[in-house]
Ligand binder design. Structure first.
Ligand code: 26Q
Length: 798
């Protein structure tokens, strides 16, 4: 798109008058941001409008990505970049005396997700748009996103996230596209005049699902995709007047995001959320499809529906319902059509996070779906008990012991199932879903996650992006694989110096933010050692804390070490008390070391509150070390590992999730690996594990653990709880088993730090190898091998 800075100025002034009846110069920054966003939305409008029917008219297959969470991050700068107008707009703003970064910071980020899964969904939408796949997000428009986190006396406090207070400039309410979603009541099966079975609903609760659409602008692309989020409202002009309680039950559906990614909640409201966006999405897809095609039998040829984790797995039964009840297919053709349309990604191996719904709950809320799920279960057992035996089929079936197992439903109803990293896919096939993998071996494939280099490199890390342009030309901006060309420069001292300078600039900026937020003065000369992700026992932030205590003692004993700043950011699920204890512990340790003159300047800890996409954009570019230290076999993939690598951090990692593939990509000399492998963990579990013996045998460790309970930390209960979790309650995540090798690997990095060019050369190799983790390539692989929806143009995989 072509735009001069003079045009930018004119459009902005006009928008200020239109929106606020005031001159741009008079507006507060928030309204200046809104005026700019309004201009950008207007500029994208014609392309977006044209895209809506283009794909159908060309007969191009469309992908619908169903996810109960999305985390797009702030959109203004990203939209400017993707439209190709970032430079003229920023120049225009500066001419007007406005600071682009300050305007971007006015945007409230939609935190409509918990973590990795939601962020992945948004990265995929961005990537699909960039490579020319006709993609659509389908999700929930929560009135309240993930809570805002603050620390009070070191404890996490949760505040509501009122992200719509100022209205979201990017969304468009499409009241004319609303559909009705039904819950509860009774379903009778009747025969109509043609003798076809039709269900008759009695006393169902009707919910009006209103879509809000947001443009997903692809990088330098001629078309624009859509993220559609559904909002629950009472049906307007319904014959019956609703009580206040009945209205509240309806609006509750999209009121808040469940702030938990660790335990299945098993609550009615969660089930209603899941069915709500699945039913609304499928209804609107089928209705739209039939405007262009005669028979629903053609659906899989033109439509792929992807189920992101099991949260939308009801899509299996809901699509069957639509095909059977509303389009009168036979069971066999409805089933064939459903399986050929759907595919499913699993994101977790943790048994406690695998969704199951009590039959009673589901049958009461979704009586027709329950009938269909019983029939799916019955036919599954009938078909596979002969070949595979009762025992195996019982373990694989969707309805067992009064519970509906959503992963089973998703696998049975999809043509393809994928894990999100090689190890994860392997463990899915051999452990978590092994019975289903025995029955459907060809369905299981791997698709390692990816990240968008536009947000994490082009936007968040301008110093490094500029360096790449100079050193290898700008081709990497369209094809991240081209970053590999940087590898040749590792012996060029000028390039290494430039890399150090780019990192330094980012560290100065983050140091400023840390000072502002925590009142902590840190030096950009320190090693910035980063762990950013949800707070979870299996992710082992606790191992990182034990590492800090080890360094603390060494420094107090007079040892010399390179100065290190440990940076954490993490939210804990509000009900996850152990995770909250660890937050309190980290803040307590931070207090101790940050105020101890004996280690002053050599060791500091900064726990930044309210981790979200925008905060990650500040931390990731400034990181020297990326801590990816989950217990092997627990982290499905991880994606912060990929972001941090892309921006030149060196990974300190266990052989878990995608860390293994990062190690393959950079070579073992460019990554600090430690700890047990997934296999060793499994063996250790069987053999029996004695954490107390490990502590007893390691004086450093024993001393650090002692600090948790001997009064060194003014802790109250958290220190004792954590101490007991390790030494009394058998240390479920093998923190102590990996402790010694963790400390060793970390010390190897200290050693490397003393040689700045040596360090920079390793960082450079990480950047050079990061291209393969671009979400663009990930979605190309999904498109080719799962969705069978090849991009219109520019989408060839190299
Ligand atoms: C389930 C039931 C009820 C309430 C909440 C949930 C729920 C919500 C969110 C369960 C899980 C999640 C989120 C999971 C998640 O983010 N998983 C991460 O997915 C990433 C993308 O694939 C991986 O990189 C991470 O390894 C994985 O932990």
């Amino acid at each position: 798109m072509n735009l001069t800075k003079e045009q930018v100025s004119q459009l902005l002034h006009e928008a200020a008058i239109t929106l606020f009846a005031d001159s741009l110069e008079e507006l507060p920054p928030r309204q200046q941001y809104q005026a700019l966003a309004f201009v950008v939305k207007g500029l994208a409008g014609p392309t977006w409008a044209a895209a809506k029917h283009g794909a159908d008219e060309r007969g191009q297959k469309q992908v619908y990505y169903f996810a109960i969470e999305f985390m797009p991050g702030r959109l203004l700068a990203s939209n400017l970049l993707n439209l190709g107008i970032l430079e003229p707009v920023e120049a225009g703003l500066r001419d007007l005396g406005l600071d682009p970064a300050a305007l971007y910071a006015e945007e409230t980020e939609p935190g409509l997700g918990n973590g990795g899964l939601g962020r992945l969904g948004s990265a995929f939408l961005d990537a699909m748009a960039a490579v020319g796949i006709v993609g659509n997000g389908n999700g929930v428009r929560y009135d309240q996103g993930l809570f805002e986190q603050r620390f009070v006396d070191g404890y996490q406090v949760e505040l509501p996230d009122d992200w719509l207070r100022d209205a979201d400039v990017w969304e468009t309410r499409k009241a004319d596209r609303a559909v009705i979603v039904r819950f509860g009541g009774q379903v009778l099966l009747d025969r109509d005049r043609l003798g076809q079975i039709t269900p008759v609903y009695r006393g169902a609760e009707e919910v009006f699902a209103v879509p809000y659409d947001t443009a997903i602008i692809g990088y330098h692309q001629p078309r624009i995709d859509t993220m559609r989020l559904w909002h629950a409202e009472p049906v307007p002009d319904a014959p019956e007047v609703l009580t206040a309680a009945a209205r509240a039950r309806i609006t509750a559906i999209t009121e808040t995001l469940y702030p938990d990614d660790s335990n299945l909640a098993g609550q009615e409201l969660r089930l209603r959320q899941e069915y709500f966006f699945v039913s609304a999405g499928l209804q609107s897809i089928v209705a739209h499809f039939l405007k262009y095609h005669k028979s629903v039998l053609q659906l899989p040829k033109y439509v792929a529906v992807h189920i992101n984790d099991t949260h939308p797995a009801l899509a299996v039964a809901e699509l069957m319902r639509l095909l059977l009840d509303e389009h009168h297919l036979s069971w066999e053709s409805a089933w064939q059509t459903t399986v050929a349309t759907l595919s499913y990604t699993n994101h977790t191996l943790l048994p406690e996070a695998l969704e199951q719904w009590p039959v009673d709950l589901l049958a009461a809320q979704l009586p027709r779906l329950w009938q269909l799920i019983q029939e799916i279960d019955r036919r599954f057992r009938l078909r596979y008990t002969g070949p595979f035996g009762q025992l195996l089929v019982d373990r694989a079936a969707p309805v067992v012991d009064g519970q509906i197992k959503m992963a089973a439903l998703a696998v049975i109803g999809s043509h393809t199932v994928n894990g999100v990293a090689k190890l994860h896919t392997q463990l899915l096939k051999t452990q978590t879903l092994k019975e289903l993998a025995t029955i459907f071996p060809a369905r299981f494939v791997n698709k390692t996650n990816g990240i968008t280099p536009r947000r994490w490199l082009q936007l968040a890390d301008a110093p490094l992006a500029g360096l790449l342009d100079v050193q290898i030309g700008p081709g990497w901006r369209t094809d991240a694989r081209d970053i590999a060309a940087l590898a040749d420069k590792q012996d060029d001292p000028a390039v290494l110096d430039a890399l150090i300078a780019a990192k330094q600039a980012n560290k100065v900026a983050l140091a400023g933010y840390i000072q502002e937020t925590l009142g902590l003065r840190v030096s950009p000369a320190m090693i910035f050692d980063v762990q950013i992700k949800r707070m979870h026992a299996y992710k082992r932030q606790l191992l990182h804390v034990l590492g800090i205590l080890e360094a603390y003692q060494a420094l107090r004993a007079g040892e010399k070490r390179p100065p290190r700043l440990h940076i954490f950011a993490a939210k804990a699920a509000p009900s996850y008390t152990y995770a909250k204890d660890i937050i309190k512990l980290i803040n307590t340790v931070a207090d101790l070391v940050n105020h101890d003159p004996a280690v002053n300047g050599a060791l500091q800890v900064a726990f930044l509150p309210n981790y979200n996409v925008s905060l990650a954009e500040k931390i990731v570019p400034a990181a020297d070390i990326s801590e990816q230290i989950s217990l092997a076999g627990m982290e499905a993939s991880g994606t912060s590992n990929m972001k941090l690598m892309t921006d030149g951090a060196i990974t300190l990692a266990t052989l878990d999730g995608a860390n293994i593939e990062i190690a393959e990509a950079v070579g073992t000399s460019n990554i600090a690996l430690f700890g047990m492998t997934a296999e060793e963990v499994a063996a250790r579990r069987t053999a029996g594990y004695d954490p107390a013996a490990i502590a007893e045998a390691d004086p450093r460790l024993k001393k650090s653990l002692g600090m948790l309970i001997d009064g060194s930390l003014p802790l109250g209960s958290a220190g004792h709880t954590i101490y007991e979790s390790l030494l009394v309650d058998h240390d479920e995540y093998f923190v102590l088993a990996d402790y010694a090798s963790y400390i060793h690997a970390s010390r190897v990095l200290d050693q490397l730090w003393t040689d700045p060019h040596g360090w920079a050369a390793v960082a450079l190799q990480n950047i050079a190898a990061s291209g393969r983790f671009s979400a663009d390539d990930t979605v190309r692989r999904y498109a080719k091998e799962i969705w069978h929806a090849l991009p219109a143009r520019g989408g060839q995989e190299k």
